[in-house]
Design a protein around this ligand. Sequence first.
Ligand SMILES: NC(=O)C1=CN([C@@H]2O[C@H](COP(=O)(O)OP(=O)(O)OC[C@H]3O[C@@H](n4cnc5c(N)ncnc54)[C@H](OP(=O)(O)O)[C@@H]3O)[C@@H](O)[C@H]2O)[C@@H](O)CC1
Ligand SMILES: Nc1ncnc2c1ncn2[C@@H]1O[C@H](COP(=O)(O)OP(=O)(O)O)[C@@H](O)[C@H]1O
Ligand SMILES: [K+]
Length: 503
Amino acid sequence: MKIFTTKQIAEIDQYTIQNEPIADIDLMERASLQLVNWLIHRLSNERKLLFFVGPGNNGGDALSIARQMADCDYSCEVYLLDFGKGLKGSPAINWQRLVEQGKVKLVKIASEADFPEIPADAVVIDGLFGSGLTRPLDGLAESLVVRINDRGAMVVAVDIPSGLFGEDNSQNDLSKVIRASHTLTFQFPKLSFFFPEHEQLLGDWEVLPIGLHPEAISTMRTPFHFLTDKYITSLIRPRGKFSHKGTYGHALLIAGSYGKMGAAVLASKACLRGGTGLLTSHVPHTGYGFIQSCVPEAMCSIDASDLMFTEFPDLKSFSAVGVGPGLGCKSNSQRALKELLLANPQKLVLDADALNILSQHEDWYGLLPKNSILTPHPKEFERLAGETADSWSRLLLQQWFSKNHGVIVVLKGAHTCITFPNGQVYFNTTGNPGMATAGSGDVLTGLILGLLAQPYSPEEAALLGVYLHGLAGDLAMKQYGQEALIAGDLIDHFGKAFLELTK
Ligand SMILES: NC(=O)C1=CN([C@@H]2O[C@H](COP(=O)(O)OP(=O)(O)OC[C@H]3O[C@@H](n4cnc5c(N)ncnc54)[C@H](OP(=O)(O)O)[C@@H]3O)[C@@H](O)[C@H]2O)[C@@H](O)CC1
Ligand SMILES: Nc1ncnc2c1ncn2[C@@H]1O[C@H](COP(=O)(O)OP(=O)(O)O)[C@@H](O)[C@H]1O
Ligand SMILES: [K+]
């Protein structure tokens, strides 16, 4: 599904008004009704609703919600911050409708003295500013937001927490942004919802469809997307009746070193469960018995070194190569990695220490085969590409890195972000904090390798792998909860994850 900038959303909004066609005030009513439905299903009408309303359409939405909630017997108070300029257009109509309805206390805020008490059990509806925010908050708006945040009441943000920009918050002061418990956003999530530093501002966020014009949505171009079940399912290729293990490729996994053989075992198992026809796991001599007994389905290639990666088998027989989990960064392994890059494997996934070694040799970046998949966590990405001050800047850097080096970057996190050499960006929507546990990255590398070998294209393997890995995490969480979940549980749930998508 596409993610649009707030400017593009405003264009889609206008297109809908002109081409559905629908009057601006009626679109606002339709959007507000979605929020009203959400509120009614979750809040008892014994709770007082305090609406904080700004001068634009976000405020207009809040006014409409207040009227509809009052009609459903909720006790509502409206506090308008219009900077003395007066409302225009649909917000003005909604104000007038409230006046005529006569059920809601209406207060205009002209100074801090007009700020109301906010009881701890009240619910604040934040309709101060939405996607039309033009600058960071200051003055009266800033004091009001700080006051609301200080009170600790439940806050439901309309469309976006007031003060937060939809995309670039690098110049914003996040202490001046509403801290919502829930954010109910219209039709599309905003890009800034996928960034970790905004978690406390957004609370739980949900997308409410408001029937914007499908033609505008399909023709509007954007590099930004988020992954859905439907899209991922469309990538999965059913197996042919007469297919055999040769049909599904032969993966080579280079992993493990003395003391870190577990990473090789996890990645090997994940690779097999990802569906590769054959797997050879290349490990140092010391890991031979361990791999053979823990992963009997894998063939074993033994390094000349007892302790680490120093060589690799002829690549001719392999349809994809994965390197990195538990590898270590010793100089002999560094040399071997360079040789591997020079051998130019057609399909390559690099993780963990392979990335750490790479980041020590920027002059090797040019050796990366086109469309190689790199799976750094944020620290590994920083080592590879440099430091950034915030997630927006990091996203731009990641996009640039992919384009400049012709590689796919899978930046791991709560919303793993995948960037392609053509500039496209995908955010993952599966997974949970239970996956923040040792070895879950090794499992992802193995899974992506298993898909890459089959052969899925590098783009498909990256998207499918990330989504399935998170989905397996969500299924495993149902069984173990988050604390007790360990990386091996993810592998045990790959089967269910595939079945869930193809049922
Ligand atoms: N398609 C959809 O998704 C639909 C969207 N809808 C809704 O519309 C919302 C967007 O509405 P919007 O464009 O009117 O902008 P909004 O956020 O209300 O604020 C603009 C006002 O705030 C002012 N202002 C800005 N920054 C400021 C600051 N720092 N400090 C002080 N003032 C500041 C600015 O004034 P100015 O910058 O000119 O000084 C202007 O007066 C969207 O979030 C959603 O809720 C739905 O109704 C239906 C369909
Ligand atoms: N809070 C979270 N929500 C969703 N997924 C997470 C979360 N924390 C970690 N993960 C996932 O777990 C994996 C962790 O990878 P990594 O940091 O490389 O772990 P390791 O090095 O232990 O193998 C990534 O795929 C990441 O997306
Ligand atoms: K808002």
